[in-house]
Design a protein around this ligand. Sequence first.
Ligand code: M6R
Length: 357
Amino acid sequence: EKGTYPHFMLKEIDEQPLVIRKIVQEYRNEQDQIKLDTDIRQAMLDTDRVYIIAAGTSYHAGLVGKQMIEKLANVPVEVHVASEFSYNMPLLSEKPLFIFISQSGETADSRSVLVQVKKMGHPALTVTNVPGSTLSRESDYTLHLHAGPEIAVASTKAYTAQISVLAILAVDTARAKGIELDFDPLQELAIVSSAMETLCDQKEEIEKIASDFLETTRNAFFIGRGIDYYVSQEGALKLKEISYIQAEGFAGGELKHGTIALIEDGTPVFALATQENVNYSIRANVQEVVARGANACIISMEGLDQENDTFVVPKVHELLAPLVSVVPMQLIAYYAALHRDCDVDKPRNLAKSVTVE
Ligand code: M6R
C-alpha cells in the first residue's frame, strides 16, 4: 500500500536506498564476498558473447549493464530491444548467452525471443523482480532483483535494482576470470545507497527544477555522452510517459547532425555530466544549445561540477553514476506530471506489464 505517499511512484523512488542495501545483503556471503549461483558464474565463463534482451526501462538498464560487463569482465555484450530482435535476429556468436532483463518477467516481446533462443538450444538467464514469472520459469537461470513489488507504471526502483545486480554479475565474472579489479561492488553500492538518501531529501530543490524548466513547455531534450547518454534516454522516457511532454534523449555529439535544428528560445535541455572523459565535450554541447537559446539544466557529479551547474549529485564510482543521476530525472518527471495534473501512477494508454506483442 501507499501509506502516507500520494503516489506509488514517489514511494518507489524513496525506496531505492533500501532496495540497494537489500541487494548488497542478498548477494553477500559470510566472508563479505559476492554470493552468486555457481551455474550462472560458469555460464558467464563459457560464453563468447552476451546478448541482453529487454524493453523500455529494462532496455536502458541493459545498456548500462553492457558497459559494466565489457569494462569490468572483458566479455563482449550486445543489447537489443526485444521486439526488434524477435523479428530480425542478428548473426549470433558461437557460444551466446542470453540475458533477459524484465521487472515483471511477463513482457511478451521478451518472451517471444526467449522461446526462439531456447528452441535453438542457447542458455538463458533472466534478471527479474518476480522469480515465479514466465521468463524466470522458462529460462535456465534467474537473478532476483529484490526490489519489492513495483506498482507505478513508470519503472524506478526496478531500473536501479537491475543496474546494481548487473554490476555484481560483472564483477563476479571478472573475478572468476582472474581479472584484478580495484572495484568492490558491495562497498560501492553501499556508498550509492547513502547518496540516494541524500537525493531523496532534496525533493524541494528538484521540484523547483521541474517548475523552472518544464512548466509550460511542449518538448524537452536530454543529452549525455557514454553512460550519461543511456541515462538521458531513461530520463526522457520517464518524462514522456507520465507528463506527456515530448522528450528525447540524445548523444551529445549527435546534436549537430540534426536535432539542434529543433532548439528554440527557451527549449529545455537537460545535460548529464557524471563521466570524467567526456566532461569537457558534453559542456561544449551545452554551449552549442545555449547559443541557440536553450534553457539548459546541467546535472553533474561532485568532483566534475562547475560553477552554475543546476544540480550536483554526490560522488559515486563512475560506472555506478546512473544509479544516482537517474534519481533527479525520476523526480523531475514526477513533479512535471504532478504540476500538469496527470495521473502519475497510471498514465494513459499504458499498462504495467505489456503481455501482448
Ligand atoms: O516488466 P519489464 O521490465 O519487462 O517491462 C518493460 C517495459 O514495458 C517497462 O520498462 C516500461 O518501459 C516502463 N513503463 C517504463 O517506465
